[in-house]
Each structure stands twice: as structure tokens, then as C-alpha cells.
Write a protein that binds this ligand. Structure first.
Ligand code: HEC
Length: 298
């Protein structure tokens, strides 16, 4: 072979490079620089190795360079539970995963996801975000005094000009609300707050009630009926022993006629008729007043 011959000549000239692997005495190759070759690591055992290069110049002087390297053709190893030079005592849970050897063809990245416990910092972060959310929610729930009278938080103030025009009704929140409640659904905020103050304990914020104990108002026939009479009368006078959607409720629904104004009752009824997926037509305070008159014998 011509190449072999040429190499031999150059080696004889003195200028040559010898490459050794680990402690072998036979060089991997011996060639005139520059040397370009392929190191086949698949023939080496995984672990630490060394490449030792010896080079000679034309005067016969020798230079040496050693390059340590690590071969890893087998799977990578992930260890959770113990780290280098840890001091251990007692029983320690250790988790080991091995993935991604060079020879593997259908390698799934998910195999590299070592199932480790959620780190403490992640918990701390999570809890602080949730805590801030709760804090922020509470802040909005109880608006600071400066904002309590803005349109966002204080719906009654919205109509101040109106009530200023009719002094007879100023200073009485429910009377003012009554004016507005002449239009069905006009005071969603009042309805929601009447509901939260008086009804939520039984019928729940979800409007789903408590199965078998308090009936749901979401999808309730009296609430979704276009004729609001049953709905208004139930709230004014309370209910006892009515079977709703096949369920008998042992406890009574208290009457509200003495505690809530016509406007408040209209508002809470409209709240119920337009919440939790309900969309029945609204009622006015006048309708409530009419039915209240009837039932109290006026
Ligand atoms: C102490 C618990 C309790 C509270 C508070 C309460 N309810 Fe009820 N409510 C009931 C029960 C129990 C029934 C079912 C009574 C029955 O079936 O005889 C009911 C039934 C109803 C019905 C269905 C009427 C029907 O004919 O199907 C409506 C509407 C209703 N309540 C609205 C309200 C509103 C509005 C408030 C607040 C102003 C309120 N409830 C507060 C317990 C309560």
C-alpha cells in the first residue's frame, strides 16, 4: 500500500506522532502530524480513560500530552436521595433511574424524567401565590373606606342624584333601591348581597343547595317559571312540606316578608332568576308589593 509506505518514510524521518490509549504499550497509531482519526468508544468500557499523545520533532525531541476522558455509552444514571460525599444516618429512601444508552433506538424522553418528590421551594412558591390570592380576594371583599363609595363597590351611591331629587326617600337604602327595582333585574348587586346575607347558608353560593336538605335554586321549577307568583310567595311566606323535583325537605323555608323590603325581595328573586344558569324573566318591587298585600290580607 502506497500510504503505508509513505507513513513508514516519515516515521523514519523522525517527525511523528504516537497515540496511546490508557496504559497500552502499543500505540493506537503512529503518523506524521497532523493526525486525523476516529476513536471508536463503543469498543471501550464505560468509565475513565486516557489518551496519551507523544510527538517527536526532526531532532528526536519528545513532547507528551495526556488527555483524560470519560466514556459513557451505557445508560445515564440519575440518583435522588444521596449526593457525593453526603453524611448519612438511619434509613434513607433512594431513587435511581437509568436512561438513554447510546445503543438504544426507540428512546422515550419521558424515561429521563426521574420521579423525584416536589422540592420544598416549589411548595413555598405555590403556597405564597395561593396566600397572596386569598389576601387579594379578601381585600376586594372588604373594600378600603376610600373606595367603598365608588360605583364599583357602592351601588347605592350610584343613584344619589335620583334620591336627591326626591328628598322623601333619601336616607333609606331600601326605599332608594325600591325605585330602581321597578325595572326588573336593575339591581343585581343588591340581589346578590341580599342573597349572600340571607339565603346562602341554606341554598349555597352555587345555588345548588344541599342534596336532600335544602333544595337547589339552579333549575328549580318555581325559580325558572315565567310566572313568578310561586317564587315570590315562597320567599314572602316561606314554605313547608313542599315536594320539589321529587324530594321532600324536612326543614322549612323561613318567611321573609317581615325582614326584607319589596325591593330587596324583588332583587334577590331577580338574582336567583338570573344566576347559576337560570334565565327567567325578572320581577318588580311592585309585583312583590301586590302579592304581599294579598297574603297579609290588606
Ligand atoms: C334555613 C334554610 C333556608 C334559608 C335561609 C332560605 N331557604 Fe329557601 N328553602 C329552604 C328549604 C328547606 C326549602 C324547601 C321547602 C320545601 O320544599 O318545603 C326552600 C325553598 C326555596 C325556594 C323554592 C320554592 C319552591 O316553590 O320550589 C326558593 C325560591 C327559595 N327557597 C328561595 C330562598 C331565598 C330567596 C332565600 C333568602 C332570602 C332563602 N330561600 C333562604 C331553606 C332555606
Amino acid at each position: 500500500m502506497a500510504e503505508g509506505k509513505q507513513q513508514e518514510n516519515e516515521v523514519q524521518n523522525g517527525v511523528r506522532t504516537l497515540v496511546y490509549l490508557d496504559d497500552e504499550t502499543e500505540p493506537l497509531l503512529s503518523h506524521r502530524p497532523p493526525v486525523r482519526f476516529e476513536l471508536d468508544t463503543s469498543r471501550l468500557a464505560d468509565g475513565d480513560h486516557r489518551l496519551r499523545v507523544e510527538a517527536y520533532d526532526s531532532t528526536g525531541r519528545k513532547g507528551v500530552r495526556t488527555i483524560p476522558f470519560t466514556v459513557r455509552n451505557g445508560p445515564g444514571i440519575a440518583v435522588d436521595g444521596v449526593r457525593d460525599n453526603d453524611v448519612l444516618e438511619g434509613k434513607i429512601p433512594i431513587l435511581i433511574n437509568a436512561y438513554g444508552g447510546a445503543g438504544e433506538i426507540d428512546w422515550e424522553p419521558s424515561r429521563a424524567e426521574t420521579p423525584a418528590p416536589i422540592p420544598t421551594w416549589a411548595w413555598v412558591l405555590f403556597i405564597s401565590i395561593v396566600a397572596f390570592g386569598a389576601f387579594y380576594g379578601v381585600r376586594l371583599w372588604e373594600p378600603p373606606p376610600d373606595f367603598a363609595t365608588t360605583p364599583t363597590y357602592g351601588p347605592l351611591v350610584l343613584n344619589l342624584p335620583q334620591s336627591a331629587g326626591s328628598p322623601a326617600t333619601t336616607g333609606n337604602a331600601s326605599a332608594r333601591a325600591e325605585q330602581r327595582a321597578d325595572t326588573p333585574g336593575s339591581d343585581a348587586t343588591l340581589g346578590a348581597s341580599v342573597y349572600d346575607n340571607n339565603c346562602v347558608s341554606c341554598h349555597q353560593a352555587t345555588g345548588k343547595g344541599l342534596p336532600g336538605v335544602f333544595p337547589p335554586l339552579a333549575g328549580n321549577p318555581a325559580v325558572t317559571d315565567t310566572d313568578p307568583t310561586t317564587h315570590i310567595e315562597a320567599v314572602l311566606n316561606g314554605l313547608q312540606g313542599k315536594v320539589i323535583d321529587g324530594v321532600h325537605y324536612a326543614s322549612p323555608m323561613p318567611p321573609w316578608a317581615d325582614q326584607l323590603s319589596d325591593a330587596q325581595i324583588a332583587a334577590v328573586i331577580n338574582h336567583e332568576r338570573s344566576s347559576w344558569g337560570n334565565s327567567a324573566p325578572g320581577v318588580t318591587a311592585k309585583e312583590v308589593a301586590r302579592l304581599r298585600g294579598k297574603t297579609t290580607g290588606t
